[in-house]
Write a protein that binds this ligand. Structure first.
Ligand code: ADP
Ligand code: MG
Length: 354
C-alpha cells in the first residue's frame, strides 16, 4: 500500500505535486497549514511541505507533530538564514561572505562584510521580500539587529540552480544545472539543456549531495547559486520542489514533482533524462491568453489564482529538441507577449545565442 502524501501548503506547488501523483496512483492532499481546523490525518500518511513557515494553528500543529513529518531537521536548518549559512560553512560549501547582525554597532559590522551588502531577514523572506540593499555611507536600520544577516553583494555573471532528489536509502539523482534570470528578486525565467561546464555540474552535485546526506533528507531539494568567474557560490537552499525546476514537467523524462513523490513514497528513484532544450517562463500577474497555445512546444500551467500585480499565476514551459527550434518558439511567443514580458523572450534568446 502506498502512503497518502499530505502537503503542508495549498498553493501551486501542492497543486502540481497532486497532478504528478495522479498517473502513478499516489494520492496527494495539499492542505492549508494555517487553518484552525482538525485535519483527518491517518497514521500512515507522509507529510511534506511546499512552504517553509506556518503558524501554530490547529492544522499546523497537527502536521508538525505527525510521526511521518519528513525532513524536520532540514527544515529547521534551512528556514533560518543564519542556520542555513552556518550549515553551508560547516559542510565547506562555498557561499557569499556573511555575518549575523547583532547589537548596535551595525555600521562597522556591515562594513566588515563589504562596501555593498544585502541585508536579508533571517526568516520568512521569499521572491526578494525581506531584503535591503546597503552600501557604505548609508544609515543602517536599528531593527536589523538580531533579525537579519548581512551578505556581501556578489558581482555574478549569472545565476544557476541545481535540483536533486534523495531517497531514504541515500540514493541521489540530479537534473542538469538550470540557468535562471531574476528581476527584483523574482524568478522571471529559466533555461535548461544548454551545455554546462562539467566542473560546475560536478561541484554542485557534490555540495547538494553532501547537504542532503547531512540532513538525512528525503525528497527534492533545490540549491540556488551565483556564477562568479566560472565558479559556483551557493546563494540559498530550498527544502522542497522549486520554481527553477518547473521546466522538468515536460523537459525531462521524470519531473521534479514526481521525483519528490517517488522519494517520499519509497518508489524507485531514477536518473531523469533530458534530451532537448527548455525555457520556463513565469506568468506574473497576467491574464490567461489562449494565443500562448499556438506556440510550438509550449505547455501552459495555469494555477487558477486571483490575479494581482507581480503574483506568480502560472508558467509556460517551452520544450524543443534543439536551440534553433527553441529560438523559433521563443520568437513566436515574443510576438504574443506585451512589452513587459517580451524582455523575457529576449533574455532567453540571448542565452541561446551565447
Ligand atoms: P529569495 O528567498 O527571495 O529567493 P534570495 O536570497 O535568493 O532570496 O535573493 C533573491 C535574488 O536576489 C537572488 O536570486 C539574486 O538575484 C539576488 N541576490 C540575493 N543575494 C545576493 C547577493 N549576495 N549578491 C547579489 N545578488 C543577490
Ligand atoms: Mg532565492
Amino acid at each position: 500500500m502506498l502512503p497518502r502524501i499530505v502537503v503542508a501548503g495549498n498553493g501551486q506547488l501542492g497543486q502540481m505535486l497532486q497532478q504528478a501523483g495522479a498517473p502513478i496512483q499516489l494520492e496527494v492532499m495539499p492542505v492549508d497549514p494555517n487553518a484552525d481546523v482538525q485535519l483527518e490525518l491517518r497514521a500512515d500518511d507522509v507529510i511534506t511541505v511546499e512552504i517553509e513557515h506556518w503558524s501554530d494553528s490547529v492544522s499546523g500543529l497537527q502536521l508538525k507533530q505527525h510521526p511521518n513529518f519528513r525532513n524536520k531537521v532540514a527544515l529547521h536548518m534551512v528556514i533560518d538564514r543564519q542556520r542555513q549559512k552556518s550549515l553551508l560553512d560547516r559542510l565547506q560549501v562555498p557561499t557569499s561572505p556573511w555575518l549575523s547582525l547583532e547589537g548596535d554597532d551595525l555600521q562597522a559590522q556591515l562594513e566588515s562584510v563589504g562596501e555593498r551588502v544585502i541585508v536579508k531577514r533571517r526568516r520568512g523572506g521569499y521572491d526578494g521580500r525581506g531584503q535591503w540593499r546597503w552600501q557604505k555611507g548609508n544609515q543602517p536600520e536599528a531593527e536589523w539587529a538580531g533579525e537579519c544577516i548581512a551578505e556581501a553583494m556578489i558581482p555574478f555573471s549569472h545565476e544557476v540552480s541545481l535540483v536533486g532528489a534523495r531517497n531514504a536509502a541515500g540514493e541521489k539523482v540530479f537534473y542538469p544545472l538550470t540557468c535562471n534570470w531574476h528581476q527584483d528578486g523574482i524568478l522571471r525565467a529559466s533555461i535548461a539543456g544548454l551545455p554546462i561546464p562539467a566542473e560546475q555540474q560536478r561541484d554542485a552535485e557534490a555540495w547538494l549531495g553532501r547537504i542532503m546526506d547531512d540532513e538525512g533528507y528525503i525528497g527534492v531539494m533545490a540549491m540556488e547559486c551565483f556564477v562568479v568567474d566560472g565558479k559556483l557560490l551557493v546563494n540559498e537552499l530550498a527544502p522542497r520542489v522549486h520554481n527553477s525546476g518547473h521546466w522538468t514537467q515536460e523537459g525531462a523524462s521524470t519531473s521534479q514533482f514526481e521525483l519528490h513523490l517517488r522519494a517520499l513514497a519509497g518508489l524507485p528513484l531514477i536518473t531523469p533524462e533530458v534530451s532537448g532544450v527548455s525555457v520556463m517562463y513565469n506568468l506574473l500577474g497576467r491574464n490567461w491568453k489562449p494565443e500562448w497555445l499556438s506556440v510550438q512546444g509550449a505547455h501552459v500551467h495555469w494555477y487558477g489564482k486571483e490575479i494581482r500585480p507581480g503574483r506568480k499565476v502560472g508558467h509556460v514551459n517551452i520544450c524543443r529538441p534543439d536551440v534553433p527550434t527553441l529560438a523559433e518558439s521563443l520568437q513566436a511567443l515574443g510576438a504574443q507577449l506585451d512589452e513587459e514580458d517580451s524582455v523575457v523572450a529576449e533574455w532567453a534568446l540571448a542565452q541561446l545565442a551565447s
